[in-house]
Design a protein around this ligand. Structure first.
Ligand code: SAM
Length: 354
């Protein structure tokens, strides 16, 4: 296998290719990208390297826009009645896998393949068993059959270590009727992606304090308050009554760029629609002044240079945090619920010794 394949939000194929090229360059590897605009996936052909080895060392954090990443076969032409016939000869080479998934791009055309996707899952498992590919929890690989369209498939191998919490990075989250905005799902998805489940009982519980910059109409504030957290919601705009009337929520009609907390809080969240460099600098100030222990924020990216802007902002943030002598954990992704933006999570874990 010499190809890396990443499903992504349609329209972000070029960003995936740029990210893959940079990630490969850091490993002394080169190649070239291929993607149809708005196809919902990108490929990167490696020069003289085994994609199975490369994929094991990649992290979705360095790719930002990729919803997952696989080593992929060359395109395989599939046709009824037995669409798996041309796939079968390649299965044994996958090695032991943890799970098996069939999927298609997150596009209108891709969604029309939903029935075929479901129909192929069982026969693919059976074909893997026939090929003596072991399937079990502790195995390092993930078998993915990615249907580019009804006639073309890629047999892929992902690394079990970096599996996203949902197949193909498409979450199954339900928006409750009382949620003030669809944005509420963004924060919930970010928690699932960035906060290990075992930490939820400590970090997202009554007693924790938060500031929400650019809070209106209140989806993010609602997510935190319904977990019993005390929230200061900063926005000149009105909050939906479900959060505005909540005794856990204090609404400050103020500018999020100048408002300061009276005492440090556990969480800063920020969804202000503003220049990304400005939001980035603001969050850096909160973190380096220790006004918050952790932050989740959106960077709204300009159309033309989304990858470059994201790299620049995250680089600057690292410089600021390093300069302040902080130890920290940082992740950045384009979430399923993100549009022209990415979501960043930073948690300060300590301070370097002088
Ligand atoms: C995308 S909306 C936030 C949606 C919110 N996260 C939710 O879940 O409902 C952006 C908000 O940022 C606010 N905003 C933009 N610039 C601001 C500023 N300088 N200070 C405070 N709020 C600001 C806007 O008034 C708007 O309500």
């Amino acid at each position: 296998m010499q190809t890396l394949l990443t499903p992504c939000r349609p329209g972000f194929e070029k960003e995936c290719i740029a990210a893959l090229a940079d990630a490969c360059a850091r490993r002394g590897l080169s190649g070239f990208g291929r993607a149809e605009p708005d196809s919902g996936y990108a490929r990167f052909e490696l020069h003289g390297a085994d994609a199975r080895e490369v994929v094991r060392s990649l992290s979705l954090d360095e790719l930002i826009f990729a919803r997952d990443v696989y080593a992929a076969s060359a395109p395989i032409a599939i046709a009824p009645p037995d669409r798996l016939a041309p796939v079968r000869p390649h299965l044994a080479a996958l090695g032991p896998v943890r799970d098996v998934q069939v999927g298609a791009p997150d596009t209108n055309d891709g969604r029309e393949l939903a029935t075929l996707v479901r129909q192929l899952e069982k026969p693919l498992r059976a074909a893997l068993a026939d090929a003596r590919v072991r399937i079990g929890e502790a195995n390092p690989g993930r078998c993915v059959l990615f249907l580019a369209d009804g006639a073309t498939a890629y047999l892929c191998l992902g690394a079990a270590r970096q599996a996203p919490p949902w197949p193909f990075g498409v979450p199954r989250l339900r928006l409750l009727r009382e949620a003030p905005s669809r944005s509420a799902l963004k924060l919930e998805e970010a928690w699932h992606l960035f906060i290990p489940r075992e930490d939820w009982g400590n970090m997202l519980v009554p007693g924790r304090t938060a500031v929400d910059l650019g809070a209106a109409p209140g989806g993010w504030t609602w997510q935190m308050a319904r977990r019993g957290m005390r929230v200061e919601a900063i926005d000149n705009g009105p909050l939906a009554p479900v959060v505005g009337d909540d005794p856990l929520v204090t609404h400050h009609r103020a500018d999020g760029f100048t408002w300061q907390p009276k005492r440090p809080v556990d969480w800063l969240v920020c969804d202000m629609v503003e220049k990304p460099s400005r939001v980035n600098a603001l969050v850096a100030r909160w973190l380096t002044r220790r006004w918050c222990r952790q932050a989740i924020f959106n960077l709204k990216l300009p159309m033309k240079s989304r990858w470059a802007e994201a790299q620049q902002d995250l680089g600057r943030l690292r410089e600021e945090l390093d300069g302040a002598g902080l130890q920290y954990e940082m992740h950045a992704r384009q979430l399923y619920h993100d549009r022209e933006e990415i979501t960043v999570y930073v948690r300060v874990t300590g301070r370097h010794a002088e």
